[in-house]
Design a binder for this molecule. Structure first.
Ligand SMILES: Cc1cc2nc3c(=O)[nH]c(=O)nc-3n(C[C@H](O)[C@H](O)[C@H](O)COP(=O)(O)O)c2cc1C
Length: 337
């Protein structure tokens, strides 16, 4: 009998399929459906600092002083008028009461005080863990990478000191050396790493000359970047790895676990194929494990990580150069070019 149980930063999950933060995880009714479809855990939609600042501006008696800024913020976030932090905290608490599977809150702030203040408030809602969504898209040429990383590590340290639920860190892949940053955050006490977030990438309509602000979903096969970093990091850090990005099937999940992930997050696959897809993915993983005579995830977690591979160069530069030096392989794959 196959057992899909896994442990994620000390939280026991019935199975490794975590529904990642998105619009779907921002309504109590949908959370219940996600639970019924068999998710192992849910990450709630992030609370953003902009929601907090906007509410503070709205509450400010001297609002007229800031008319311009207020107009700008409500323009940027037109639908946020009724979703301030109080409402967010309220529904997170409500969700905790209604849903039984582990719930992880998510926070994306800018200023240290807000990070810490809301980490504490989110902990009080009764969630099982907190995901720090370090999504930032720097535009200031004077802020260097080292400064940004230092601030993120300090934020993590302070939050770890102030709250006692497990804390995961969700990162983008766009650091000069993600492995170095992750190792430092690991020492700073992150319980897990969510690899990776997806950047919002607006497009241009060149006929109408306007920005297109659609949210692009990932595509099948996009899991290869998380796969590589999961394999590189497994066994090298204390924290767990939750792979995220382009995971669409039970077989994809098996790959990520084989590289070393404790669990995987899904978002785009569920937008494209509906929540029912969770059942299918779970069955597919079970079927694959049965075919390989595997009873538990522990039996194959990390089997194909850098640490456990007999070929120590498989994750190194040599592999890349070696592939490019064998044009025959490329010609076989793309015979008609
Ligand atoms: C509509 C939508 C809303 C999202 N909202 C959040 C969010 O609030 N916080 C967050 O950390 N990530 C958010 N994400 C990113 C997802 O959690 C996830 O990291 C990303 O979509 C990659 O996973 P996927 O390939 O399974 O979609 C959102 C994604 C989508 C598509």
């Amino acid at each position: 009998m196959v057992d899909l149980k896994t442990s994620y930063m000390g939280i026991e999950l019935d199975n490794p399929f975590v529904v990642g933060a998105c619009e779907m995880t921002s309504h109590v009714e949908t959370l219940k459906k996600i639970e019924e479809a068999g998710a192992g855990a849910i990450v709630l939609k992030s609370l953003f600092e902009e929601q907090i600042q906007l509410e503070r501006l709205q509450l400010d008696d001297s609002l007229t002083e800031y008319d311009e800024r207020h107009a700008e913020m409500t323009g940027i976030h037109p639908r946020m008028e009724h979703s301030g932090p109080e409402e967010h905290l309220y529904w997170v608490k409500k969700s905790r009461e209604i849903v039984d599977i582990p719930l992880i809150a998510s926070l994306n702030a800018v200023n240290r005080e807000i990070w810490v203040e809301y980490a504490k408030l989110l902990e009080k809602t009764g969630v099982d863990g907190l995901e720090l969504n370090f999504y930032s898209s720097p535009t200031d040429p004077d802020r260097d990478g080292a400064q940004i990383e230092k601030e993120q590590i300090e934020t993590l340290c302070e939050i770890r000191e102030k709250i006692s639920i497990p804390v995961s860190v969700k990162l983008s892949p766009f650091y000069a050396n993600p492995v170095n940053l992750i190792s430092k955050m690991d020492l700073a006490g992150a319980g897990a790493f969510v690899l990776f977030n997806r950047f919002f990438q607006p497009d241009l309509d060149i006929d109408r000359e306007v920005n297109l602000l659609n949210f692009d979903l990932s595509c099948e096969g996009d899991y290869k970047l998380p796969l590589r970093f999961t394999g590189l990091l497994y066994g090298q850090i204390q924290g767990d790895i939750c792979a995220s990005g382009g995971i669409y099937s039970g077989r994809d999940a098996a790959k990520l676990i084989m590289a070393g992930a404790s669990c995987v997050q899904l978002v785009s696959a569920l937008y494209k194929s509906k929540l029912e897809h969770l059942r299918f993915i779970r069955r597919e993983l079970i079927k694959w494990m049965e075919g390989k005579n595997l009873d538990s995830l522990q039996e194959f977690r990390g089997r194909m990580s850098k640490k456990n591979l007999s070929d120590p160069f498989a994750y190194e530069r040599a592999q890349y150069v070696g592939m490019l030096m064998k044009p025959d392989t490329i010609i076989k794959q793309f015979p008609q070019y």
